[in-house]
Design a protein around this ligand. Sequence first.
Ligand code: CLF
Ligand code: SF4
Length: 484
Amino acid sequence: MSSQIVPLDSLTVSPSPRRGGCASSSCGTSPRPADVDAATWERIKDHPCYSEEAHHYFARMHVAVAPACNIQCNYCNRKYDCSNESRPGVVSERLTPQEAVRKVVAVAAAVPELSVLGIAGPGDALHDWKNTRATFEAVREVIPDLKFCLSTNGLALPDHIDEIAEMAIDHVTITINAVDPEIGARIYPWIFFDHKRRTGLEAATILLERQMLGLEMLTARGILVKINSVMIPGINDHHLAEVNKAVRARGAFLHNVMPLISDPAHGTHFGLTGQRGPTQSELKAVQDRLDGGAKLMRHCRQCRADAIGLLGEDRGQEFTLDRLPEVATYDPVARDAYRAFVAAEHGDRGAARDDAMRRIGAVADDARLLVAVATKGGARVNEHFGHSREFQVYEAGPNGITLVGHRKVDAYCMGGFGEDATLAPTIAALDGIDTVLCAKVGDCPRDALLAAGITVTDAHAFDYIEAAVGKIYAARFGRAIAAA
Ligand code: CLF
Ligand code: SF4
């Protein structure tokens, strides 16, 4: 195999001792990626979206306090009454800032993993700035150590930079789907700007200029900015490399390319006109082409605007207003204890990861392998096949082990029984996967997947994910060395 290590992005685990820039194997105990400095790591190490490492351990919650929006995207139709859909812009209940604070305190008391409060709509957090600001200010009074994060289309961004900085909102996401107004005009039919509704090329030109200006102003203040781009086949898929280049040049910290979710039932323009979203392999191909530009986020789950929990789960229905205690008290003890547990885990996991890298490094092959993992957090193989609603997908190869995405499925096991009808769609969703790792699997799904060419094993139950993937890779390509 090639001995040259090419960093894929900050989220890649490499077979070389890149982490922390030290050649000692003990450096594996540091989860900090080599291309992230220590000060930045302190700011992202418990943000599940800004750090792939953190997403195994830490949770975010969104409060839906910002229903209004100042633009129209062709992929958006905001609904407030559907709890079965998981996509941005959809929420079950809107909240006032006072209700939001009650909810945040209740969630912080019950979910020690909570580290970030985000406002991501269901409209635009900055267009509804009064509510956004009131919510953040009130939460800060009660829970001072919660990170604040907001997501915006960018139109109103340049007007709020000073306040964002003053309020210590350290993470801002801007959705930028194009840097060419001709392409933008195919995505945004209108904007409302400077007291007027504007359409067509004029609308796209204004919006794109304001997005770039806002990005430059934020990065000049040292605020960490993530760019979300919705990949729309035939409209902006070929253009995303240009977007990546433009946002990188302006200091964006991360670039998250997400697939268009399009269905006539959603009532969006794209859904109703038959615009399709990309396939998994089309999305991965674009993401792979962007590696080497602005760092990529590959673990986004396209959350609802009222999502709660680790990124792969949504506990929103446990915390609807009618279920909240009238008076919730915030007690930081459990959250502090959880952070101490995560810090201790990093040591064990680093050693296991180093061992996995040695196993991969000993394989004289350039082969790549896609492994799907059933996990409920903690960076371990710890979910039953039948309970899994998503599989995290890791690519193992000469450059290391990288999380490259996830596949959503319907849980096979309903009420204690296997549901054979879900197996065919699950097998289809696992297209291209070589091996599935899970904590337990029955004979029936194991045989069905094997017949489709996919191996399922629970032999690595409760191992760290990278350790298990390393063993699978080494065993498959047959040149494993004994662990040093
Ligand atoms: Fe929420 Fe967004 Fe902040 Fe994260 S989500 S406002 S940055 S705390 Fe995260 Fe959800 Fe993807 Fe967003 S997984 S949709 S990237
Ligand atoms: Fe919908 Fe967000 Fe677009 Fe506004 S900016 S139309 S809320 S997707």
